[in-house]
Design a protein around this ligand. Structure first.
Ligand code: COA
Length: 371
């Protein structure tokens, strides 16, 4: 049975920075409160031309470059997101087109901030079953577009960005060793975007009532998160046949420094073993774990042969963890230039649209072309 190795990783962060002092100009808050209660100092905010798909595409391109894998070799693209480009089509389909991943199936996965862990497990399982060879898993968010910037209890928490992994099949043991996926829908109302779905379809009233924004019971989410982070990590470690002492690095969802500290206490591990960058990016939901992995790798905190745990929680309620044996890019892979693939993809996409237009003229718009 092949293993799903993580052979590439990449991130994309919008340029614009919003500091706590900037926020204090917008709502009744201050830098000291935000830092003490959350550990956040600043977050990045999507620019006019950034969308969830554009950030996802850039992160995926960076991950493919590192893995030295052409997009045409990718079999599956999964985008985990809480702020998709549209309800449908999936953000993943747009990314597939922009990457020129000609043979890839693509879909979005909705499990809020735990989405990246769930997506990583799903893609790994597809590789482990032997049905595919190569997958790209992405967490991408433009949460700034669904945050109520007048609500100080939520707007201080979130930020924008994307992170991506390339997963590849290989017989030798390594990569994603185990996974834990859990849900508890009895807490569905604790963190949600109530409007715009089939329960409360968008009307001018739902917009006036702000139902299209993130709504959250912060205290209850906090209590839930502190309970599940350590237990999910322990379960994933056990399932992988490892002990806590075998784990060199824990990469937790970056929502609140106090939640990460509670997880460290629960696992009886020093904070030095935890990757923390919530101070720089805030909570980027599905993107937070892959962004933290990219930074850990860049800072030399992750080495081939290391065991790590990635653990997250979020709306749903959902939570989960994976234990990973870190390998890095396959040695035999040859460097590739990604830009020509992406340029060709744009040209191919344009030609397909033109052809569809011509077909419409030939067959008549709205008529069944098979008739
Ligand atoms: N600035 C200043 N004061 C604020 C504030 C802000 N941004 N937001 C809330 N307050 C006030 C409250 O009004 C309250 O005042 P009161 O005592 O006069 O009523 C006080 O600060 C304490 O509020 P509370 O909500 O109890 O704070 P907290 O310590 O629980 O911190 C969160 C709030 C949101 C930071 C914390 O609950 C949290 O991180 N929860 C988890 C959220 C999360 O991770 N969500 C994403 C999941 S993926």
């Amino acid at each position: 049975m092949p293993y799903a190795h993580i052979t590439g990783w990449g991130m994309s962060i919008p340029e614009k920075v919003l500091t706590n002092d900037d926020l204090a100009q917008m709502v009744d808050t201050n830098d000291e409160w935000i830092r003490e209660r959350t550990g956040i100092r600043q977050r990045h905010i999507a620019g006019k031309n950034d969308t969830t798909a554009s950030l996802a595409t850039e992160a995926a391109t960076n991950a493919l470059r590192l893995a030295k894998l052409p997009p045409t070799e990718v079999d599956l693209i999964v985008v985990a997101t809480s702020s998709p480009e549209y309800t449908f089509p999936s953000t993943a389909s747009i990314v597939q087109d922009r990457l020129g991943a000609e043979k890839a199936g693509a879909f979005d996965l909705s499990a809020a901030c735990t989405g990246f862990i769930f997506a990583l497990n799903m893609a790994s399982q597809a590789i482990r079953s032997g049905s595919i060879q190569n997958a790209v898993v992405i967490g991408s968010e433009t949460l700034s577009r669904i945050v109520d910037w007048t609500d100080r209890s939520t707007c201080i928490l979130f930020g924008d960005g994307a992170g991506a992994f390339v997963l590849q099949a290989r017989e030798e043991p390594g990569g994603v060793l185990s996974a834990v996926m859990r849900s508890d829908g009895s807490g569905a109302d604790l963190l949600s975007i109530p409007g715009g779905g089939s329960a409360h379809p968008a009307t001018s009233q739902t917009v006036l009532d702000g139902l299209h924004f993130i709504h959250m019971s912060g205290n209850e989410v906090f209590r839930f998160a502190t309970r599940v982070m350590a237990s999910a990590s322990k379960e994933a470690i056990e399932k992988a046949g490892l002990k806590t002492d075998d784990i060199q690095l824990i990469i937790p969802h970056q929502a609140n420094l106090r939640i990460i500290q509670a997880a460290a206490r629960g696992l009886r591990l020093p904070m030095e073993r935890f990757v923390v960058n919530v101070d720089k990016y805030g909570n980027t939901s599905t993107a937070s774990i892959p962004i933290a992995v990219c930074e850990a790798a860049e800072q030399g905190l992750l080495h081939p042969g290391d065991n790590t745990v990635m653990v997250g929680f979020g709306a749903g309620l959902t939570w989960g963890a994976v234990a990973v044996h870190w390998t890095g890019p396959f040695e035999e892979a040859k460097p590739i230039r990604l830009r020509p693939y992406v340029r060709l993809a744009a040209l191919r996409s344009l030609l397909r649209r033109i052809w569809r237009f011509i077909e419409g003229l030939i067959w008549g718009r709205g008529k069944d072309s098979s008739a």
